[in-house]
Write a protein that binds this ligand. Sequence first.
Ligand code: ATP
Length: 302
Amino acid sequence: YDYDLLVVGSANADLVIGVEQRPAAGETVLGSDLAVHPGGKGANQAVAAARLGARTALLARVGDDAHGRLLLDSQRDAGVDTAGVLVGGAPTGVALITVDPSGDNSIVVSLGANARLAPEDVRAAAGLLGASRVVSTQLEIPLESVVEVAKVVRDLPEGTTRLVLNPSPPQPLPEEVLAACDPLIVNEHEARVIAGDDLGDSPEDWARALLALGPRSVVVTLGAEGALVASAEGSVRVPAVKVEAVDTTGAGDAFTAALAWKLGQGESPADAAAYAARVGAVAVTRAGAQASFPTAEEVAAL
Ligand code: ATP
């Protein structure tokens, strides 16, 4: 294998302005200086994995613009192989974020180049998928492209590449995608959108409802309550590490990247999730998304 982990997903520039009060319709308000951060679930996961020491590549699309260069630079700084990042076709995706002093925010997302990461782009990168132990993807790119990822992985010789999916933002998923997930990684909201509202009360119930839809395994993330790992053999709770939470942004991406990497290294789902919970715990003790992701040494020191 050339890569421990290939992330197929989004790359966005997060444009953040602090305001006293978020503007109402027709209103103009003055805000703080602009802060520009690299983000998007795909870019975040790739940085998280590379920082832990995983040999990581990213398949994404950015614009031929300053935001695209910011994203490529932050990937390379973390050690991600960006040869698979496609450039052009539309402006880089952006999230326009206003945050008030209470921490409440209003966000406008422009998908931009993320919406142009097409099934043909995935098919053209089939060699990259086959050269990776694990492929991790999310839903901030077109669903048809996620379907293509599942097809390419399915058509590789059995056991070549493992597919991990965090279906965020959630939408109902086609059977061929669900059947390829090992695991499907969801929080409660994502579980409800995918399996319907009559899920039952406990995370064990949610996992059972999701497993009935076809994934080989399911991981439910529970924030400060940790996570649940489930397959046909049964389920195991993985406790969270107790920390002082400062900013939970990106915790889910850090958790997913760490879990995907460790599964590819042959760890059991319970051990991989326990490691991922430590990575998520470090991430919530620091501000920001990519800026909060730890190195392996920092995880060991927790
Ligand atoms: P996101 O909101 O980033 O999409 P998510 O809802 O998918 O995240 P969370 O459950 O919030 O994911 O976080 C992922 C993992 O990070 C959790 O399973 C847990 O192990 C760890 N984690 C999150 N919040 C905390 C916390 N407050 N304390 C300790 N660990 C945490």
